[in-house]
Design a protein. Structure first.
Length: 202
């Protein structure tokens, strides 16, 4: 009985994993900040490694008319159509002010797919610290096919990180084996006709 139950659980999770939507790729959109009522350009590159989802993000602030971009490591979890994205810290930025290390953003998004596009939409919030209150807002991201043109991909490529993205790797083609032609068979030598009495007399 225990074996039967274990078998059912195994196949349940197997089919659940097999039907999981592939969200790897370059996603582009914006996040809205409730407190400042600002829309900020936002991009993420989602890759898969050993069955786990992770990636990179790019966010842009505008300070005195000058764009300031930050690039961050992220981790993702997906359960059905619900996706959670967590910040793991900036690895490069040109912010005027140094970002606080203990403030992290968590995004809880819902995935919607149609015949023409994939969209992640939902809310986000930061954690509360001793010096910073919780910030909240919304987010909207769409997966892009022309990911090579995005600012995030160009930055990752310049840092030699684009090679780590699973969605940029072309599938390995199966080797085509040459078909062995059968060796030509020699034509049969015709047997001589039996001699007749008339030919012998001659």
């Amino acid at each position: 009985m225990k074996y039967f139950i274990s078998l059912i659980i195994f196949f349940f999770f197997f089919f659940l994993f097999a039907q999981q939507t592939d969200i790897t790729g370059l996603w582009k959109g914006e996040i809205y900040v409730d407190s400042t009522k600002q829309y900020l350009p936002y991009e993420i590159a989602v890759t898969e490694e050993k069955g786990k989802l992770k990636g990179y993000s790019r966010i842009v602030f505008t300070e005195d008319g000058v764009e300031e971009a930050g690039f961050e490591n992220i981790t993702l979890t997906i359960k059905g159509n619900n996706i959670t994205i967590n910040d793991e810290g900036f690895f490069e930025h040109n912010f005027t002010k140094k970002p606080p290390k203990r403030v992290k953003k968590e995004m809880n998004l819902v995935l919607t797919t149609t015949d023409t596009e994939m969209v992640m939409q939902g809310r986000w919030q930061t954690n509360k610290t001793r010096f910073y209150l919780v910030a909240t807002g919304t987010a909207l991201l769409k997966r892009k096919k022309d990911f090579q043109e995005s600012a995030l991909f160009k930055k990752l490529d310049s840092l030699k990180l684009s090679t780590k993205l699973s969605f940029t790797k072309a599938p390995v083609a199966e080797p085509v084996l040459a078909k062995k032609e059968p060796a030509p068979q020699p034509e049969p030598i015709p047997e001589p006709e039996p001699a007749t009495l008339a030919s012998i007399d001659k």
